[in-house]
Design a protein around this ligand. Structure first.
Ligand SMILES: [Mn+2]
Length: 330
């Protein structure tokens, strides 16, 4: 099991040096700041990212999320989606040519939603969602203002049809060039938000996508334990189900307290699932992907990218994985 540092959007000397200091083997970027006026990412820009990681002896494990405006018409089934899908195919081809093996994506036209931050252990600030506050307070994240969303209601089957259309065009290209595409759960995983259905709100949604609509050795999950914990079921049982089928490309290792309509993030070890059991499960099924921490608590005097939070969580994961590797014999 490899561990990477991620969820930032540029490869500054500071971030790469920090990754080296933590002792991780790789890096992941979320929505990297690359020129994108043309609607896709260029080979030269992608190659520069990979080479920059090489210079620091770090593996560029994955890019997570192209800008939403690269494929929102595909998600919403709007005119212009074919052009966006062609551009998405270009990004896939360019990533493979640049030597970047994984592209993470999500199917949330209106993004991740969060209400104001909550207070966690010792006063750390953590992200939170309280459905009762929607419409009452300004959101920390969510209700994105894509003009195409104004006044629209989009149902589940319409979202599935749009998903089918998108994947039927993109998965063959992903297979051809040898890239892996990995889907993240909807966050929060509620059936609908802001009038837009959320189809990746349960393990069943993933089964439908990966076993019926778009099964492929090159198509899997960005398995976010935090989101599965938010679903309120047995997140580790879901992890086992997908990991033993080889569909977990990489893992977001975070947890929450509460679930469904009201939850807040927390330190690993304080939430709904048992972290040791989760890691033993991955070991048992021979998981060969990488792990990142995802969102982390904001510590006292932390930076805008929560590097203290990342240091704590990543260190905790490194220690746990070392222990599980040495002590656990499936
Ligand atoms: Mn996540």
């Amino acid at each position: 099991m490899r561990i990477a540092l991620g969820q930032f959007n540029e490869l500054t000397h500071e971030r790469l040096t920090f990754a080296k200091q933590l002792g991780v083997s790789g890096v992941q970027l979320n929505t990297p700041l690359l020129p994108g006026e043309q609607g896709y990412w260029e080979l030269r820009d992608l190659k520069r990212l990979r080479e920059r990681c090489d210079e620091y002896g770090l593996k560029l494990e994955a890019l997570e999320n192209v800008p939403r405006t690269f494929y929102h018409k595909a998600m919403l089934g709007l005119p212009g989606r074919d052009e966006q899908i062609e551009n998405y195919q270009k990004t896939v081809r360019n990533m493979a040519a640049a030597g970047i093996p994984v592209l993470g994506y999500n199917w949330m036209p209106n993004g991740v939603w969060r209400t104001p931050k909550a207070v966690g252990r010792g006063g750390v600030l953590v992200t939170a969602y309280d459905h009762d506050l929607i419409g009452e307070v300004p959101l920390e994240a969510g209700i994105e203002t894509l003009p195409e969303l104004a006044g629209r209601e989009i149902g589940r089957e319409e979202m599935w049809e749009n998903y089918r259309y998108f994947t039927s065009a993109v998965i063959p290209v992903v297979e051809e060039v040898g890239l892996k595409l990995a889907i993240h759960p909807d966050d929060p995983p509620l059936p609908t938000l802001g009038g837009v259905a959320r189809i990746f709100d349960s393990a069943d949604g993933f089964r439908r996508a990966l076993e019926e609509i778009a099964p492929s050795p090159n198509h899997g999950m960005e398995f976010c334990l935090g989101c599965f914990s938010e679903m309120g079921g047995d997140a580790v049982a879901d992890l086992r189900y997908f990991a033993e089928r080889g569909t977990v490309v990489y893992l977001h290792l975070r947890d929450v307290q509460g679930s469904g309509l009201k939850f807040q993030e927390c330190f690993l070890g304080e939430g709904n699932f048992d972290t040791v059991t989760a890691l033993c499960t991955l070991k048992e099924v021979g998981f060969d992907g990488f792990i990142i921490d995802d969102h982390v608590p904001h510590f006292i005097d932390d930076s805008d990218w929560n590097h203290r939070g990342h240091a704590h969580t990543t260190g905790y994961i490194l220690g746990m994985v070392e222990a599980v590797d040495k002590l656990y014999r499936p």
